[in-house]
Design a binder for this molecule. Structure first.
Ligand code: COA
Length: 143
């Protein structure tokens, strides 16, 4: 992991300000996802990961839905390739196990499939389009 980067798991009340900023930067401004699709009303029921740099700046996020789906995994562009996405995912996987899930699932953007493969996820089913972006369903069953 990037030295001294801390990943916290919180509720939406604590995560909202930072998660919204990161997700709007990555999904809405960078990838062109409509804001109304990005903010889908599910956040209040989710557990959220927030990764911060040593000076406290939030730079990456992700969420775990009550049904065991992981989503909205995003790292600010200048912080990619440093292991932060992996650390966000590992924190969400630990949380999912602690909450008693036997498996987790996600809809990966096709370009991010190698990232999730490296974390042990396996693809299932056919690829599909969501928010104008090609996706692939993937899952990970805990041993
Ligand atoms: N293609 C291939 N491999 C990738 C990859 C990609 N696009 N992105 C990451 N990886 C690999 C890394 O090489 C690394 O492998 P290693 O452990 O063997 O070295 C592993 O995945 C972890 O990489 P990491 O540095 O933690 O990834 P990251 O911090 O850049 O985060 C994303 C990955 C996808 C979350 C980040 O690129 C991102 O926010 N992208 C834009 C938003 C997005 O597409 N989110 C996914 C929605 S499904």
């Amino acid at each position: 992991m990037q030295a001294n980067v801390v990943v916290e798991i919180t509720d939406w009340e604590a995560a909202e300000l930072h998660a919204k900023l990161i997700r709007e930067t990555v999904f809405v401004r960078e990838q062109g996802v409509p804001l109304e699709l990005e903010m889908d009303g599910e956040d209040v029921a989710c557990r959220h990961a927030i990764a911060r740099t040593p000076d406290g700046t939030p730079v990456a996020t992700g969420r775990l839905l009550p049904d065991g789906h992981i989503g909205r995994v995003a790292v600010l562009q200048e912080w990619r390739g440093k292991g932060l996405g992996r650390e966000v995912m590992l924190a969400l996987l630990v949380e999912a196990r602690a909450l008693g899930h036997a498996e987790v699932a996600l809809n990966s953007q096709t370009s991010a499939v190698p990232f999730y493969l490296s974390l042990g996820f396996a693809p299932y089913g056919e690829g599909f389009m969501e928010a104008g972006i090609p996706h692939q369903a993937m899952m990970l069953r805990f041993a």
